[in-house]
Design a protein. Structure first.
Length: 191
């Protein structure tokens, strides 16, 4: 049986990198809503054009559009064995909507990566320079972090209240150091 995992963590914590590595290790698809949205922007789809304006301003794309994209992605054959979701849900109402949309295919385990804010901003700035991402202005970075702490961080309490375990993992250090912590936390929470 596959695993149905959710990665939580603020922008810059490395959840995309860690999620991709873990998904490969356990043999499930890495479903990144950020990657899905960026692909839609690059392809110039209707969703992509609407999403671009919102993301460039540092905002968040509507729940209905993202839930529909995730539901469609989970219907693909490779996700029947499980998934590793990254970037969504971002708040409790989205978590409820996602559970309804993927009835019977809900999240089983949550991994929450943490790091201090100075390190998060440093990583976000480095990524913006490296990738030439226009949606990563300093103002947008600050706004995304504030939105994360206000809206998404409380999911670390929401899921345990719904009998879904959460492993909190220190995201400071090298990619390999953090990955070893992620794998150890997964083994501990679901032996």
């Amino acid at each position: 049986m596959g695993r149905r995992l959710l990665f939580l963590g603020p922008q810059g914590v490395g959840k995309g990198t860690q999620a991709a590595k873990l998904a490969k290790l356990i043999g499930v698809p890495h479903v990144s809503t950020g990657d899905m949205l960026r692909q839609a922007v690059a392809e110039g789809t209707d969703l992509g054009m609407r999403a671009k304006a919102v993301m460039d301003a540092g905002g968040l794309v509507s729940d209905d559009l993202v839930v529909a994209m995730v539901k469609e992605r989970f219907a693909k054959s490779d996700a029947q064995c499980g998934y590793l979701l990254d970037g969504f849900p971002r708040n409790e109402s989205q978590a409820v909507a996602l559970d309804r949309a993927i009835n019977g295919n809900a999240v089983e385990l949550v991994i929450s990566l943490t790091a201090d804010e100075d390190e998060l901003l440093r990583r976000m700035e480095a990524r913006a320079e490296e990738e030439g991402r226009t949606d990563d202005t300093p103002e947008a970075m600050q706004r995304r972090l504030a939105l994360y702490w206000e809206e998404t961080a409380p999911l670390a309490d929401y899921y345990p209240a719904h009998d879904v375990p959460v492993a909190v993992v220190d995201g400071m250090g090298t990619i390999d150091e953090v990955f070893h912590r992620v794998v150890a936390a997964l083994a501990e929470i679901d032996p």
